[in-house]
Design a protein around this ligand. Sequence first.
Ligand code: ZN
Length: 127
Amino acid sequence: MKGLPVQCPACSTRYLLPQSLLGEAGANVRCPSCGREFAVDAAGTLLGPAQEIRGVARHVFDELVARVGPDLEAAARERRLFAEHGPALLEAWDEFRRRAGTNAPSLPFRDELRARFGVELFPPGGE
Ligand SMILES: [Zn+2]
């Protein structure tokens, strides 16, 4: 199977990322060697720290949208996103922190939320 060559930023292991794992915006990868998660764009370029974290947020929201479905966007338009999907958003937040690291800034997550749904998240724990 054809793949995209990528390199882990933590341990420098090189491998081929299956094309099937790549989305339009790239992919989030977990290094099979050291477990580090990182993001690459659709061309396999490693995204820099800020972009990398934004890529994590994007991926988490992609999964959230895939899981919840189009009602998520309808809810956002009608300003009932938090009322109806609060737990799912908190799960997305937890997932984001799991992948990006517990010290990751919340800004990329909030930026992505704003970009997608036009809503502001009051960050858990503040910042
Ligand atoms: Zn690695």
